[in-house]
Design a protein. Sequence first.
Length: 225
Amino acid sequence: MWEKYVLYIDGEAIVIDKPAGLAVHPGARTTESLEDYLGHFRFGFQRTPLPVHRLDRDTSGCLLLARNPKAHKRFQRAFEEKKVTKTYLAVLAGVPGPEDGTVDMPLGKVSTREQGWRMVRDPKGKPSVTHWRRLGVKDGRALILFTPETGRTHQLRVHAADGIGVPIAGDPVYGPSTGSGQAYRGPMLLHARSLRVARDAKPPVEATAPLPPHFLAAGFGDEPL
């Protein structure tokens, strides 16, 4: 059954289609995470593959696993050297005025006892850049293609809510699940659509994740991507 989650596999890498609602790593409030299931992705190898990067618990889509420690270091270096291209699809809780743009907004982390931690606009924070383009509009909500230059925690969620001015539908932290469109009560509509990792001596690792059921249930799925 685990093969159905695999989008790409070779001797160094596996790209899986992580379902929404599953955390990548365990935490104080996390009773279940991807780490509980990594042993099922050995596929004949003795070593258990390791995640190279993270996706938020409620974000679905492409997640890269390394099949050995050397590959893990090389892939991490590829992320650091910006040799990785990622695209995301999101449905916003309303429709932004422009059809496209770039959000250049440094981000920092804040924490309060009442609200817990979150990322916010911070001129002294880490540089964070996201390019975006509107693909379609339905029921007062917009389907957006995000192409991030950087990979900060919660970057797309904050850039949508504070940079574009319209939060991602279903985001429990950075915006209400309703906007100018019809009410939405489902999971957060953010999906890691594609991943490409350049390799010097081998063809790149490339994968595309199909839209998950909660996107289709929200009325998005027929648009050209």
